[in-house]
Write a protein that binds this ligand. Structure first.
Ligand SMILES: [Zn+2]
Ligand SMILES: [Zn+2]
Length: 423
């Protein structure tokens, strides 16, 4: 059952019968359960694997709409107003959020520039627009074209929008700079901090199940009575196996749907292998060079942490150590363990492995902290002979490790963990 069976039988297309049922299929283990109503401070969790199925916090879509409007205003303010000012020896340098991106473009660091602009500008912008396009019409009960595609996109882009991580990087960079320069956070930075808070709250209030139900009430598609159903990873519709095998497309939202993610193990293994290879240069090569008064120093990820400790900046040292060293290693070890456990058919500890899987999904993005810190330093610390910072080779290798391990976690199908137990 763990293998994905592909029946490409297009002459024999089954006609799905659509209806609404108050059921949910667990994302992580595939168990079918009845939805119960819960109070606002409760969560409905899967009885088999403890995954959160839905949260009572998320009941006020109207509030989410108001938050999205606020977020849009704050987004414009934080990207147009000055963000941070640095003063060194009477000279001062002011940067906006996107100056880090421009600094990388000037140095022909296209891939890094792409990573930065996507995660701190494009995806957040798409995210806020999607919120507005979905939630304002929802408030007035008006259906607009493209709602299905937009909500599908919003759910997919969520992990790749990294404003809160950039916020942490601003704090780290400011503390790092504080002993050599005077750092002022400008209006743009305060607008940005508020934006992060507002967006987080908007997500807490976003009831995806209700939104999908509003777009299309039908969430149960089957061709035969009592056939086995599979869960759509995007809209949580339950789709009968004959439809899954015939069309591979969710009738409700148009996402790909499979019994199991096709070639899940092979994809995850390949991505993890590539990350392990890149992990070496990411840690051996320097991540940035700084020159001051004619002398040039370079830092690797690790020596950067040591440097912070020497300066007595314990708090920031711990943050950077956890985000740049502990998280990537933990993530690689967990992914390798998950692949190994599925390959060898391990039956013990499935619940633990489900927790580990969710952990990798949750923590992976935070490793981007160091990438953003260096980007910020490069855009800010340009004082000619007195002090300059330049990005180095390890930065791109490290960024690639973060992104590859994030994709690796996305390609891993957690239901594989439970397949051994069902046999
Ligand atoms: Zn479950
Ligand atoms: Zn769907």
């Amino acid at each position: 059952m763990s293998d994905h069976t592909s029946i490409h039988n297009h002459e024999n297309v089954v006609q799905p019968h659509a209806e609404h049922r108050d059921w949910l299929l667990c994302h992580d283990c595939g168990e079918l359960q009845k939805v119960v109503s819960i109070s606002s401070d409760n969560e409905m969790v899967c009885y088999k694997c403890n995954a959160i199925l839905h949260s009572g916090q998320a009941r006020r879509l109207e509030l989410a709409a108001a938050l999205a409007v606020t977020a849009m205003i704050l987004f414009v303010l934080s990207n147009t107003l000055p963000f941070i000012t640095l003063e060194v020896a009477g000279q001062s340098q002011t940067a906006t959020i996107l100056d880090g991106f421009f600094a990388l473009v000037e140095r022909n660091q296209w891939i890094l520039a792409g990573m930065v602009v996507t995660t701190i500008f494009l995806f957040p912008l798409v995210e806020i627009f999607s919120f507005l396009y979905l939630l304002i019409p929802y408030t007035y009960n008006r259906r607009l074209p493209g709602h299905t595609i937009i909500l599908r996109w919003l759910i997919r882009a969520q992990n790749w929008s990294m404003l809160e991580i950039f916020m942490l990087s601003v704090v780290v960079a400011s503390v790092k700079l504080a002993d050599m320069a005077i750092v002022h956070l400008e209006v743009g930075a305060y607008a940005f901090f508020a934006l992060v808070g507002v967006l987080l709250l908007a997500y807490v209030k976003l009831n995806r199940r209700r939104l999908w139900n509003w777009i299309n009430t039908n969430n149960y598609f089957s061709a035969f009575e009592n056939e086995y159903v599979y869960d759509c990873r995007t809209c949580r519709a339950m789709v009968g196996e004959s439809i899954v095998d015939n069309s591979h497309v969710c009738p409700r939202c148009g996402s790909d749907i499979h019994r199991r993610i096709p070639k899940s193990l092979q994809k995850t293994t390949a991505l993890v292998a590539a990350s392990v290879v890149l992990y070496v240069p990411a840690n051996i090569l320097p991540i940035m060079t700084y020159s001051t008064l004619g002398e040039v120093y370079s830092d690797t990820i690790f020596s950067g942490v040591i440097e912070l400790l020497k300066e007595g900046l314990w708090g920031v040292a711990v943050v950077v150590f956890v985000a740049s060293i502990v998280v990537p290693i933990t993530k690689l070890v967990i992914l390798i363990y998950l692949i190994w456990s599925v390959k060898t058919g391990l039956r013990r500890g499935a619940r633990h492995r489900a927790v580990l899987y969710r952990l990798t999904e949750l923590i992976g993005r935070w490793s981007m902290v160091d990438v953003f810190v260096v980007t910020l330093l490069v855009s800010l610390v340009q004082f000619g002979f007195i002090y300059t910072v330049e990005p180095e080779g390890a930065l791109i290798a490290f960024g690639a490790v973060v992104i590859l391990t994030m994709v690796a976690a996305e390609t891993f199908d957690p239901r594989l963990i439970w397949d051994m137990l069902d046999e």
